[in-house]
Design a protein around this ligand. Structure first.
Ligand code: NCD
Length: 306
């Protein structure tokens, strides 16, 4: 029989109904709905730095009753040459039935998921520049929870588009939610490959991208994914691509500003915008916990649909 174990590997593998269920559930939890009680344990395997994603997964696991297993990757057996496949199989043999994985290697998550025993779930918490599906989902839930109608929305995404897994997953998700006016802008060498975003409008400047935008999503320069020669000078970058108060006057009257974090104040975003009343940055962080609770509930079959 085909193994029905659910994983959350990327946006494309979710049905429209899954997406709706997850966003609705995260919004309901944010509005005070009680969490389901799940049985099991979850290991957080983070091979790249993380604050908000890791902590929100850990808090979410606790709130739905999953036992957290703390694997300190710097001291784990992978440093003794054990393959990640073997580490994951070892954890599964001990009864860990959910793995939350962040790793730089594109394709690793799907490969590992295929090796897991039935009943052991894998969640993608960041995969190189390729995917970060829970971030895209929580971004959508953040807007939904504010009552923003995604259909007909104008979305500007600005910054290091080429290396951003948040953008990669977002560009798979936003059109499925009815967002059909997406404008991308950033330095020429940080634009995505042409074939990764064929139908999307590329703008030559920040001002052009944000004009009339309902949502402006700013991105960090992903230094860790480029060699140092490609690092832009922070103040020159801010002058050309940093979101400042003056840009908000060009956007739609009720526009909101998003950023997946971590933010670099004075580089891609001015402090007064990050802290200003249009900013949803901390709403996104807060929704991150609820979305990850919804993800656990969905993986463990406690929500309808699929
Ligand atoms: C992002 C990531 O790690 O991909 N952060 C996050 O998960 N909130 C974006 C980034 O690191 O700039």
């Amino acid at each position: 029989m085909h193994d029905q174990t659910r994983h959350l590997l990327d946006i494309d593998r979710l049905t429209d109904q899954d997406i709706e269920v997850l966003i609705d559930r995260a919004c309901a939890l944010a509005a005070g709905a009680g969490a389901k009680r799940l049985k099991g344990s979850v290991a957080h395997l983070f091979f790249e730095p993380s604050t908000r994603t890791r902590v929100s997964f850990e808090l979410a696991a606790g709130r739905v009753g999953l036992q957290p297993v703390n694997v300190e990757m710097a001291q784990a057996s992978t440093t003794k040459g054990e393959s990640l496949e073997d580490t994951v199989a070892t954890l599964a043999a001990m009864g860990v039935n959910c793995m939350v994985l962040r790793h730089a290697e594109a394709g690793l998550h799907a490969r590992l998921a295929a090796t897991l025993p039935s009943g052991v779930h894998l969640v993608n918490a960041g995969e190189g520049s390729r995917a970060h599906p829970t971030q895209a989902l929580l971004d959508a839930a953040t807007l939904r929870a504010r009552g923003v109608d995604l259909k007909g929305l104008r979305l500007a995404i600005v910054g290091d588009l080429r290396h951003s897994r948040v953008v990669a997953s977002g560009l798979r998700l936003w059109p499925r939610l009815g967002v059909d006016d997406i404008r991308l802008a950033g330095p020429a060498d940080l634009l995505p490959d042409a074939d990764s975003a064929p139908d999307i409008i590329h703008c030559a400047s920040l001002a052009e991208a944000v004009r009339g935008a309902d949502v402006i999503m700013m991105l960090r320069i992903q230094h860790e994914r480029m060699d140092q020669s490609g690092w832009p000078d922070p103040s020159a970058y801010h002058a050309e691509w940093g979101l400042r108060t003056e840009h908000l006057d060009l956007a739609a009257r009720n526009c909101v500003v998003m950023h997946p974090g971590p933010i670099n104040r004075g580089v891609e975003i001015a402090a007064e915008v990050a802290d200003g009343n249009r900013s949803l940055i901390l709403d996104q962080v807060r929704m991150g916990v609820f979305m990850r609770m919804a993800v656990f509930e969905w993986l463990f079959g406690a929500l309808r649909a699929g």
